[in-house]
Design a protein around this ligand. Structure first.
Ligand code: NI
Ligand code: MN
Length: 240
């Protein structure tokens, strides 16, 4: 039975990969499943998707997006350079967005927001391939606003994101290598002021240092007592 007010299902697949169900559509965010030993599923387990949102070209975010877009016929949503790259790899349907210009996708509003990070795919034929600015996503549907930060360090743009988009839910990276650590994510939460923070990008890849998620919980409790931390295990779902 659906509880009143629950119109979005957010499932963590592990690392920065999420599946969001809203308005009978399935959104995949940064589906990098093969490379993560703690993923709750593998690409072969994903049978259906309508949109695939990719924050940047790093392997742990672009991941299995191209393979999944071909299999499910989902539309890729990414910054121009990354969307063009995916088309070059044979993806038929890609929406090319740019920063802070949300667009409507069948009643779901999706926009890119800045991330303090970098964007590149690596070497192909001996040449470095650039994938455009790294971004986070704002997803607005059924009166809820979700902010998915992608990979970002602490930066003043997070204050802008809080002020302009007023997210209800914020998925924040906390691994501390390449992104914010738990203490910095607690500062970010105090700027963004969401109702709920869901940590991601931690204790997943062997290359990342182990972090204690309790540091985030403590930091958020101290700085933003009105914000709740929801700690998911890979495969867990949060309904809102
Ligand atoms: Ni990255
Ligand atoms: Mn990453």
């Amino acid at each position: 039975m659906k509880i009143k007010g629950e119109k979005m299902e957010i499932r963590w697949l592990g690392h920065s990969a999420f599946e969001i169900k809203t308005k009978n559509k399935i959104l995949l965010l940064d589906p990098a499943l093969k490379i993560n030993p703690n993923s709750s599923c593998k690409p072969k387990d994903i049978k259906k998707a309508d949109y695939i949102l990719i924050s940047h070209g790093h392997y742990d975010h672009l991941g299995d997006s191209i393979e999944l877009a071909k299999k499910t016929k989902a539309k890729i949503i990414a910054i121009v350079e990354l969307a063009v790259y995916c088309q070059g790899k044979g993806v038929k349907d890609a929406a090319m967005l740019n920063i802070c210009s949300p667009m409507d996708f069948q009643g779901i509003k999706i926009g890119l927001v800045p991330a303090a990070h970098s964007g590149g795919i690596g070497l192909e034929d001996g040449k470095a391939v650039y994938s455009g600015n790294p971004v986070g996503f704002i997803i607005q549907s059924e009166g809820k606003t979700v902010y998915f930060a992608g990979d970002t360090g602490l930066c003043a743009d997070l204050k802008m994101i809080g002020e302009v988009y007023k997210p209800d839910i914020a998925m924040l990276p906390i691994s501390g290598s390449f992104t914010m650590d738990p203490k910095e994510a607690a500062i970010a939460a105090s700027w963004i002021k969401p109702k709920v923070v869901i940590p991601m990008h931690y204790n997943s890849l062997p290359s990342l240092p182990k972090v204690n998620v309790n540091e985030l919980i403590k930091g958020v409790k101290k700085r933003s007592p009105k914000t709740r931390c929801i700690i998911l295990k890979p495969g867990d779902m949060y309904r809102c």
